[in-house]
Design a binder for this molecule. Structure first.
Ligand code: FES
Length: 107
């Protein structure tokens, strides 16, 4: 299992365990983490899984892809350097302890 901590816009933290191979979005939805909707189920069609990767983890999650850039243009909240679609971050042991921050809105 891979531990992921979600930090809401108000600073509250929720830590959950995700399965290797699952995406950060799937892990949030499976654990009822508020702030990640994942409306399209992970097919890069909605941007309701927008998150900000914590600075300490950005080198491990890698850079966002061109397709993510396109989709994030329609995101409800400000897009930053650390913005990712959480459905595109797949969990493996190198991400154990991952911290992501949640935007204040997804719609
Ligand atoms: S779940 Fe829709 S873009 Fe990630």
């Amino acid at each position: 299992m891979v531990k992921v901590t979600f930090v809401a816009a108000d600073g509250s933290e929720t830590s959950v365990e995700g399965e290797e191979g699952a995406s950060v979005m799937q892990t949030a939805v499976a654990n009822d983490v508020e702030g990640i909707v994942g409306e399209c189920g992970g097919s890069m069609m909605c941007a309701t899984c927008h998150c900000y990767v914590d600075d300490a983890w950005i080198s491990k999650t890698g850079e966002r892809q061109h397709d993510e850039d396109d989709m994030l243009e329609g995101a409800a909240s400000e897009v930053r350097e650390t913005s990712r679609l959480s459905c595109q971050i797949k969990l493996d042991q190198s991400l154990d302890g991952l911290v992501v921050h949640l935007p204040d809105e997804q719609f």
